[in-house]
Ligand binder design. Structure first.
Ligand code: SF4
Length: 338
């Protein structure tokens, strides 16, 4: 039952870190007959251009310091990027810990400090802890621009899409460590697709991929946890309580997917004064037409090789789309390890 390209099994790695590791360790060549396709698990890549443009708008404001992790810096928005704004004199700071914004806010009492945050269930609890801590310390000049998303509704969107049809999902161990592996059971229960929760070392990914291939070959649809030293069935209770206290789930736009119901982490009313969307009246722009194929690549419909710009007009020093910038981006992975 060989398919197009001689592949027997189509596996989607949901997580961008897995995408990078699979490319780095040459696992596409190791697993002959397996079509590894990338999923929506790179948070910077799924952030739509309209939200990135609001980051640029915030960076351009007087008396505002925007702080972010490095991945977001070079991602093209609509009219500019944070990197360009930094070059033009905007106060954009790259942070390495989610608590740094607290100190930056305390050291700059006359300025507004905005943490531009993108991520999934893995990093959203850290932003929640930051917000809670800012409230406890009565810091008034700090807010969070939340681009945090929940990966589950995106995976469910893929499960419902008849065009994509994957045989199995290699699931992100880091998300499962927070939510618990049970949260992924709906994929096998409702959509009859095999799943394996995977760690991030070469042997862990290889082991998880072998287990997933075996499930598919034996027509078994269940969720196996191959990252059990870090992931329990119920996850991290403290992190989940924090998430639920500070955030609520709202409909949100994903690059390539459009609006997905209950997929974005909005800041709850209790912490509204730390919500940059409420603190600043930002322009709402329509999502522009994408020049690149990132959206389709993250839905598993295309690969970087399908993009005419790949390696020609689009390369890491001159990224056209987010997938070429992010350290978890599929185009960056293919470029680096081609
Ligand atoms: Fe987008 Fe560049 Fe990837 Fe093409 S190669 S899909 S333009 S990021």
């Amino acid at each position: 039952m060989s398919r197009k390209g001689g592949h027997f099994v189509k596996i989607m790695e949901v997580c961008g870190t897995h995408t990078m590791a699979i490319a780095k360790y040459g696992l596409r060549n190791y697993f002959k007959g397996v079509d590894f396709i990338s999923g929506p698990g790179c948070p910077v890549c799924v952030t739509p251009s309209s939200r990135l443009e609001q980051c640029v708008e915030l960076a351009r404001k007087k008396n505002v310091i925007t702080v972010t992790f490095g991945d977001l810096l070079r991602v093209p928005a609509v009219t500019s990027s944070l990197q360009n704004e930094l070059t033009r004199g905007a106060d954009v700071k790259v942070i390495y810990s989610v608590y740094e914004p607290l100190n930056i806010a305390l050291s700059n009492p006359k300025k507004e400090v905005v943490f531009l945050g993108a991520g999934f269930e893995t990093t959203a609890p850290l932003a929640a802890a930051l917000i809670k801590s800012a409230k406890q310390k009565k810091i008034k000049n700090l807010s969070v621009f939340s681009m945090f998303k929940s990966v589950f509704p995106a995976v469910e969107t893929l499960c419902k899409d008849k065009e994509i049809k994957v045989d199995g999902f290699l699931l992100p161990g880091n998300v499962a460590a927070i939510t618990g592996s049970d949260n992924f059971n709906f994929i096998s229960d409702k959509y009859a697709v095999a799943c394996v929760v995977a760690g991030f070392l070469k042997d862990e990914i290889t082991d998880a991929a072998n287990a997933l291939i075996a499930l598919v070959k034996n027509k078994k649809t269940e969720v196996i946890n191959k990252y059990s030293y870090a992931v329990s069935s119920k996850g991290n209770t403290a992190a989940k309580i924090l998430l639920n206290e500070v955030f609520f789930l709202k409909n949100d736009i994903w690059r390539g997917f459009g609006v997905i119901e209950n997929s974005g982490f909005g800041i709850s009313d209790k912490y509204a004064s730390f919500d940059a969307d409420k603190k600043f009246s930002l322009k709402k722009i329509a999502e522009p037409k994408d020049k690149c194929l990132c959206g389709q690549i993250m839905k598993g419909l295309k690969s970087p090789a399908d993009c005419k710009l790949f390696g020609k007009k689009c390369f890491p020093q001159n990224p056209v789309g987010p997938c070429m910038v992010s350290s978890e981006g599929v185009c960056a992975a293919h470029f680096k390890y081609r």
